[in-house]
Design a protein around this ligand. Structure first.
Ligand code: BTN
Length: 246
């Protein structure tokens, strides 16, 4: 992964470039990195603020031989890689908020956006977008999200070398990915649960139909969040709203 790495000064979004390269037949493991994105994309078509030189704005092109329902596992895998690295290279205590936000001190410093192209029962390719707020100062975080977003620098009081962090991510991602293909999701699942935000705690959950309190038990092999209510009823959540109590 990263043998073919394309680096840009400024792009609209590394996701769009990765999709284009996928369609041109670029190989598995192609990586797109930009210093700045002017139209960075978050989940649910939210914008993703990606100022020049302040963070990691990167998309990985993957061509796994997996079924489409396994794609969420790749997102969870990527989140564990980021949490492990932050934990290893700093004193910070990163958490993964399901499905894949990385929080430090309850604030989001990183997000992952997975987009997939599939045909019948086979993934054609996956574009895995990773955004990490690295060296922003407090006043460089947009004011309207400052209460819930942060950067590695703000939280750790040190400047991080962006290129080095990218190399670490690619190396650990490759290692974890190979291990996952060889031996399955169990290892990723246990790391994920180690870092899981509010796992083992009670939260409020709501769907279109109802609202209830439940304990977050962990994640399921397919990436769903498992919740158990007071009467012991378990529910697999795919898209419910969790009230994290922030
Ligand atoms: C989220 O938490 O909403 C996901 C954010 C994903 C941002 C990354 S930055 C690199 C890649 N290119 C994009 O336009 N988005 C992803």
């Amino acid at each position: 992964i990263g043998k073919e790495l394309h680096h840009y000064d400024q792009v609209e979004s590394t996701q769009a470039i990765a999709h284009r390269m996928a369609k041109q037949g670029k190989p598995h493991g192609t990586v797109i990195v930009a210093d700045e994105q002017v139209k960075g994309k978050g989940r649910m078509s939210r914008p993703w603020h990606s100022p020049k030189g302040k963070g990691i704005w990167m998309s990985l092109l993957l061509r796994p031989e997996l079924a489409p329902i396994q794609a969420p596992q790749l997102t969870l895998l990527a989140a564990t890689v980021l949490a492990e690295l932050i934990s290893h290279y700093s004193e910070l205590d990163p958490k993964i908020k399901w499905p894949n936000d990385i929080l430090v001190n309850h604030k989001k410093i990183s997000g992952i956006l997975t987009e997939m192209q599939a045909e019948q029962d086979q993934i054609q390719y996956v574009v895995l977008g990773i955004g990490i707020n690295v060296n922003q100062e407090e006043d460089e975080i947009p004011e309207e999200i400052r209460h819930k977003a942060s950067s590695l620098k703000i939280e750790s009081n040190k400047t991080w070398e962006v290129q080095t962090v990218i190399q670490h991510i690619l190396r650990l991602f490759e290692q974890t990915y190979d291990q996952y293909l060889d031996s399955g999701f169990e290892h990723v699942k246990s790391i994920w649960e180690h870092y899981g935000y509010r796992i083992g705690e009670e939260v409020k959950i709501s769907t279109m139909k109802r609202s209830w309190k439940a304990f977050l038990v962990g994640i399921e092999p397919d990436g769903a969040l498992l919740a158990r209510d007071d009467s012991g009823n378990e529910e697999k959540l795919y898209s419910a709203e969790i009230h994290w109590g922030e």
